[in-house]
Design a protein. Sequence first.
Lengths: 433, 229
Amino acid sequence: MKLPRLRLIDQLTLWFLLVTALVLLVGGVIVFHVVQREIIREDARRLQDTVELLARNLREGTETGQLDGYQVNIQELDPAAREIPMHVKDTVAWFPPHQHYERELRAVASYKINDRHYQIAASNLVPEQDEIADGVVQSLGWTFALLLVLVGLLSRFLSWRMLAPFNRTLQAVKSFSLTRQSPLRLSPTRTSEFRLLNQFLEKMSRKAVADYRSLKEFTENASHELQTPLAVIRGKLELLMETEISDRQASLILAAHEAVERLSKTNQALTLLTRMENQEYKPTGPVNLSKLLHHALRAYHELFLMKRIGLETEIEEEAEVRLNAALADILLHNLISNAIRHNNQGGRVKVALTSARLLIQNTGRPPQLQPEQLFQRFKKDNQSADSIGLGLAIVKQICDLNGFGVSYRHREGWHRLEVLFDAPSRKMPEAAV
Amino acid sequence: MGTMKVLIIEDNRELAQNIKDFLLREGYLCELCFSFEEAEDKLVSYSYDCIVLDIMLPDGNGLNLLRQIRSEKNESSVLIISAKNALDDKVKGLDLGADDYITKPFHLPELHSRLKAIYRRKFLRADSTITFQEISVDAAAVEARVNGTLLDLTRKEFDLLLYFLISKNRVLSRQSIAEHLWGDYTDSLDNFDFVYQHVKNLRKKITSSGGKDYIGTVYGLGYKFDTGR
């Protein structure tokens, strides 16, 4: 079972009321017993006093005055009988006005006065248990109701007041972004817990920003440091090409030159992947993908002609997608060049674009890899020299980064690469607060 | 075009030397400096037509140097060198008044052609025509003529011809040509067939208009516009 999400203050209030209810319940029982005991004790004492007063009057022969509405009863007993000591009985008696039995307290004692033996009894109706209970329940019920209202109102007010710094912190954390590279600035608070929390968060964000910055710098420096020696090697080889060389030397230079090319391209692709992982390519707003696609296809026009590849397009005009413009360009170029590279001479390519999806299909040899492996880094279908095996990994990364779905299928001789621009499963969940 | 004076600011000595060696053959006057400080001194004392500036210097950011150059009303053209993918640097550099931008690792002929292009744009606006024997190319109008007859060239073929003319007697590798024509998107292409096709077409068009076939293959490394043919 899933419990509903409650705000902290509601939870506290609920717990508080639960405990209060328990305490009131136990308290009610105690109050009930104490009240009852006190009533009975007091009544018993008064009844005993009355009995004693009557006995004294009898002894002194004075007239018995008003007796506070107690029922008194004096009767003579056998003078030989033993005196009955004072005792109080808790009993029931017939109550004629109400035609039923009522609880009655009765003090009885006997006295031997002037050779006569009198039994004196005084009795009084006492409140029934359920009457006391009623009273207790009612008063505590009202107390509870009052508490409920007061706590309910006060807790909301207090939480609004006391949790204000916490809510401000929450807002600040929510809008914190590493790529903006500015640590959290939280407003001061007098609550020590929140102050601790804020200090901790500020420290953590500063550290995160510093780490991010150094990682970014490291990536850029590493890329630069690799590219400089590569540029040196390439330059030396180019200078060497212009000297007097033999065919044998030329082929050595050529091989070295090609290896350097590959190395530098791999380095560039890895740098791109790292920078994407660092979230450096924010969507720049809606990009007109149709325009970019037309442009990219034009750029590859000559290559299509050269490989005699037939191109069929079905492009919806003005299809817009939220994506970084540079990434959109890379995505399209990688997909198109992929469709050309893994194609046969005289093969075909079909490109279809709507604002919901991009589908690129091409003919070519059936794949030797599992479809999911195609998107992994350095997985190549054929270890051909002209591919570094990062093109589709980059495509996948771009799609992941922007919440697009990308899939590959091979069906009826066609390689189908499909990009879905709003794949529902990839939507980022909103942070619940 | 007079002798071009070039200042190369690059902390990697070998790379700086590569650039210098390459440009010396064009008859340029080249000076090298390897640090921010050294560059500042040089810039105060001398003036240059072109400055090749690496953004990442050990003792300072090249962009600051660029800012300095521009604030001093220094008219030199500036070509920035930077690591690939550093998009911010590119945008900032061009905003600060750099004339062009090239990423490492670059091809030396590419660097040279960029320098030439900047120089042409900046100092020789009136005459953007490059002539060699019967061939003349107007970079601004995008027109190429052989013996006065207009050649019917595609944009790529035109760029290729210009690249050859700027790099006369140089070996241009196929990668270098592909990158020159295609920019960033050569990584995924079969460069060789592509370049071969374009060179073939260009040669055919020049010879069929009565021009000499100056372009030849060199070992298998690439192509060369050979003035001695």
